[in-house]
Design a protein around this ligand. Structure first.
Ligand code: ADP
Ligand code: MG
Length: 300
């Protein structure tokens, strides 16, 4: 199934959603959002890794474990929240050793500790391939919730770090979810929209544009690329797990000034939200503007 297929499928599955009174946001954002109390929402997300699709047995198992937990932490961060509690389900093939699985869990445990997550349960079943599923709860102060809806024409588009080459370099196994950055942003700069980049910035930007009913003009020169990564790769490679967010003009200027004084924070401005709904345009070095059509990374 193609990437288009993945999202078309999710769209078709939306009609089977059930929504009780506590559901604030269901399918369609980085996590579901649920009423918790007067001041806070509960966040709920799940991510599944499958052997031969997202990792191989040759990869260090601790890193695979790290990735399984870090993907979900990244989704909670993308809503402006903090992760709290996880349950972990695994599908285990016959030939997999206990030692290997313990190593995977050591990686998950280290990541969980680093981000304040309690691992409190799960499920274990037989399977043909090794499968790890992390379901993670989080919380966010209502005033700090950021969704994919809210980007306005004139807002500036930012990313939290360099992009591209995550799979080929192995960074997809070792990345740091941008929880610290997300909390800093919601506490001090109030992004108008935010998500984490799992399918390539170009593809994921489309989600924000669609949800917000806007377009984007990307400044090609400003896209931060990892070493040995082409611009096309930086735009379309998957699994960067940086944050993509938008800020109104004045707060964007303030953030740019702030990062000049505090270079330990990486917030890179790379474009502007436009009123051309759903359309991504690219401005090159010479200032020439073109429509952008490259397709996003596909996990399928
Ligand atoms: P992310 O990359 O942020 O983890 P996904 O692209 O996996 O998000 O999912 C997009 C949205 O679709 C999310 O809101 C997710 O909860 C929902 N979703 C994905 N797969 C399913 C499914 N099989 N059934 C219901 N909802 C799903
Ligand atoms: Mg996400």
């Amino acid at each position: 199934m193609s990437s288009v297929g993945e999202f078309a499928l999710i769209d078709r599955l939306k009609k089977f959603q059930t929504r009780g009174a506590s559901v604030v946001l269901g399918i369609g954002d980085d996590t579901a959002v649920l009423e918790l109390d007067r001041l806070r929402y509960q966040l709920f997300t799940t991510d599944m890794l499958v052997e031969e699709v997202h990792f191989t047995r040759a990869m260090p198992p601790k890193r695979v474990g790290h990735k399984a937990m870090a993907c979900s932490v990244s989704d909670i961060a993308a809503m402006g929240g903090v992760p709290t509690v996880a349950v972990i389900s695994i599908g285990v093939p016959k030939d997999l050793s206990t030692k290997y699985i313990e190593q995977v869990y050591a990686g998950m445990n280290a990541c969980a500790r680093a981000f304040g997550v309690s691992i409190v349960g799960g499920d274990t079943v037989k399977a043909d391939k090794f499968i790890i599923n992390v379901a993670l709860l989080g919380e966010v102060e209502k005033k700090y919730l950021v969704t994919r809806v809210g980007a306005k024409p004139g807002d500036k588009i930012f990313v939290t770090g360099k992009l591209g080459g995550s799979l080929s370099s192995g960074r997809h196994l070792t990345f740091t979810p941008r929880l610290k950055e997300a909390r800093f942003l919601v506490e001090h700069f109030k992004p108008t929209a935010m998500m984490d980049i799992s399918d390539g910035v170009a593809g994921d930007l489309r989600h924000i544009l669609k949800a917000s009913g806007v377009g984007a003009l990307i400044d090609v020169e400003k896209i931060p690329c990892h070493k040995n990564v082409t611009l096309d790769q930086a735009l379309t490679d998957g699994e960067d797990f940086e944050l993509l967010f938008t800020l109104p003009f004045t707060r964007a200027r303030k953030l740019v000034e702030y990062t000049k004084i505090h270079p330990e924070w990486q917030f890179i401005e790379a474009g502007t939200v436009s009123s051309m709904s759903g359309k991504i345009q690219m401005k090159d070095k010479a200032g020439v503007v073109r429509s952008f059509h490259l397709t996003a990374f596909t996990h399928f």
